[in-house]
Design a binder for this molecule. Structure first.
Ligand code: ADP
Ligand code: MG
Length: 378
């Protein structure tokens, strides 16, 4: 805030953790570049909090290392790591005023009185609570209390801010506005933010980079676009956003490589992973990539084409969703921009089409399950 503070780079190397017999984290390695907004995203129990607590120093890994700007910090106690932390439940001191809550980390560091006053004021201004210093936590809304917790976590000018589901207790509208605030504050401070959430929308809105956790492992790391457009596993495809999922077996034919499913055969994108002919795979297509035409259309249609009927039209303000029942016996979802809608109604026979390049193909271990729609988490 006064001097420009630079974010620290965090490297996690082969972190593992067991609780008794239960494995909470298996060999997690992750690079969090200095100054980025990185989100750890995954379902409940996937190991996000365990990872965050290892960065904070509240928890020691069984094996592996946490490096801050290249230095191993296992032996550095939490309060000497220069890392701020915000929890879901705010964890404010109820008997202290807002100003004294925010001053707390500075008093523990034996900062001088005048400097404390100045820094507390600046920190409260940063989170939009400049006039609230004399209040008590109980006199504030949930969103305001979380802002106080944020001011307290930032007041000693940490080089890293950790946040563990900080918006989990707030309603949707408030969450959306605080997400934008967090982004603004991140831009203003330029320090490294590590943010934990199970909410895909939240991750997509805020992050420079997202690490998707599943069952104690990191499934994939990338920008929101990379994860959304090029998921490397079915778990990632299904966890982020909605997908149409079409399983089958890979075949090499005279016209190229196909995925043969129960009642359909699909052309694959050129950038397909190295799938052997005969192996199991899944094609995933996002709803907004599926185009719907009347079955009577005279337009020439290329790419993948599946026949079906419209069973439901759902208006979502600027968007329209079409639920289709395909002749092959499963459902698909298409999504159109309002104002750019295909002229079809419920009950119409239609063609669902997409450019194979707008789909992803993923290897799966098991025999193909049934085709259908996977709706994302949020
Ligand atoms: P997340 O934050 O993604 O929900 P956690 O890191 O809290 O996941 O937990 C990962 C796994 O470790 C879960 O299966 C959880 O039940 C287990 N776990 C976490 N903390 C403890 C603990 N103190 N004792 C026993 N098991 C725990
Ligand atoms: Mg957690």
């Amino acid at each position: 805030m006064s001097e420009p503070v630079h974010g620290a780079a965090i490297r996690l190397r082969n972190l593992s953790k067991h609780y008794g017999e239960a494995r909470a984290l298996s060999d997690v390695s992750l690079d969090l570049p200095a100054g980025e907004f990185v989100t750890l995203l995954g379902p409940s129990g996937s190991g996000k909090t365990t990872t965050l607590n290892m960065i904070a120093g509240f928890l020691q890994p069984d094996t592996g290392h946490v490096l801050l700007d290249g230095e191993p910090i296992e032996r550095v106690p939490p309060h000497k790591r220069n890392i701020g932390m915000v929890f879901q439940n705010y964890a404010l001191f109820p008997h202290l005023t807002v100003a004294n809550n925010v001053a707390f980390p500075l008093k523990r560091r034996r900062t001088g009185k005048a400097e404390i006053a100045e820094r507390v004021a600046r920190s409260l201004d940063l989170v939009g609570l400049g006039d609230f210093g004399a209040r008590y936590p109980r006199e504030l809304s949930g969103g305001q209390q979380q802002r106080v917790a944020l001011a307290r976590a930032l007041v000693f000018e940490p080089r890293v801010l950790l946040m563990d589901e900080p918006l989990g207790a707030l309603d949707r509208r408030l969450r959306a506005s605080l997400q934008l605030e967090f982004k603004r504050i991140h831009r203003e401070l330029g320090i490294t933010f590590v943010y934990v959430t199970h909410d895909q929308d939240e991750a997509l809105v805020m992050s420079d980079r997202i690490a998707v956790f599943n069952n104690g492992r990191v499934e994939q790391v990338g920008t929101a676009t990379e994860l959304y457009e090029h998921p490397k596993s079915l778990f990632v495809a299904e966890f982020l956003g909605d997908s149409n999922v079409l399983p089958g077996v890979v075949e090499d034919t005279a016209v190229g490589r196909l995925l043969r499913g129960d009642g359909y055969e699909l052309k694959l994108p050129t950038a397909s992973p190295a799938l052997q002919a005969g192996s199991c795979g899944v094609v995933t297509v996002r709803p907004e990539r599926v185009l719907v035409h009347s079955a009577a259309t005279k337009a020439s249609i290329s790419g993948n084409v599946l026949r079906g009927r419209v069973v439901q039209l759902i208006y979502l303000g600027g968007l329209r969703r079409l639920e289709l029942r395909l002749d092959a016996g499963f459902s698909m979802i298409a999504q159109e921009q309002s104002g750019n809608q295909s002229p079809v109604s419920v009950g119409d026979a239609v063609l669902a089409t997409w450019d194979p390049e707008h789909s992803a193909v993923l290897a799966t271990d098991d025999a193909p399950a049934k085709a259908g729609v996977a709706i994302g988490t949020a």
